[in-house]
Design a protein around this ligand. Structure first.
Ligand code: FNR
Length: 188
């Protein structure tokens, strides 16, 4: 039986105003099952990783808030662009901050990954690099269905709404599978 009130945290790998990945995340928020709610986090003020600062002063406030948000969430949805065939530096920076400490909040946390790109492959390659990082962080990444939104410029309108029925359907299928995955991980 599906659990009540799943709280999901959405992280876009792009802080660009007209980001296709943030649009994809908003689409995911519309497609989650009725008992789930997905909130997109704004992480633009997270500073570059600084081990000396961490040793001296602990996590910066924005990092501490993000870590607490991840800890409190039942699942994390990451929608990210592919930069040079891999993870955008600022998203990797965020994960590096999150990764430090025995209370690392992505450990055993269900995670779903989407990617969108104006190119034809929809950022397929970044998903495998991101999966590798999350594997080390002991996250429980949903394997299927994979969602790669290629030719993204043709799939969202000027207001950022998805206008492609297949994309809406695939994201909906993924969010339904993710909700089930969250329940399965909880029982593991
Ligand atoms: C890109 N882009 C890109 N696209 C892709 O499919 N594969 C890639 O390897 C890259 N590499 C890359 C590097 C850098 C530094 C930038 C800025 C861009 C294009 C990228 O997919 C496009 O700019 C997207 O629109 C970025 O995602 P958002 O911001 O729309 O979410």
């Amino acid at each position: 039986m599906a659990s009540e009130n799943q709280r999901l945290l959405g992280i876009s790998g792009s802080q660009r105003q007209a980001s296709y990945n943030t649009m994809a995340l908003r689409l995911a928020a519309e497609q989650v099952p009725p008992h789930s709610k997905l909130d997109v986090v704004d992480w633009r003020s997270i500073p570059p990783f600084d081990a000396d600062y961490l040793a001296r002063s602990g996590y910066p406030r924005t990092v501490a808030e993000l870590r607490a948000g991840i800890e409190a969430a039942d699942g994390i949805v990451i929608a990210t662009p592919e930069y040079n065939f891999s993870i955008p530096g600022m998203l990797k920076n965020l994960l590096d901050w999150v990764s430090r400490g025995a209370d690392q909040p992505l450990a055993r946390k269900p995670v779903a990954i989407l990617s969108a790109s104006p190119g034809p492959l929809g950022g397929a390659r970044v998903q495998y690099d991101l999966g590798k990082v999350l594997l080390f962080m002991d996250a429980r990444v949903l394997a299927k269905p994979e969602v790669f939104i290629g030719n993204a410029a043709a799939k969202f309108d000027a207001e950022g709404r998805c206008i492609d029925v297949d994309t809406i359907r695939f994201v909906g299928l993924q969010m339904t599978a993710f909700s089930t995955w969250i329940d399965q991980v909880r029982r593991m």
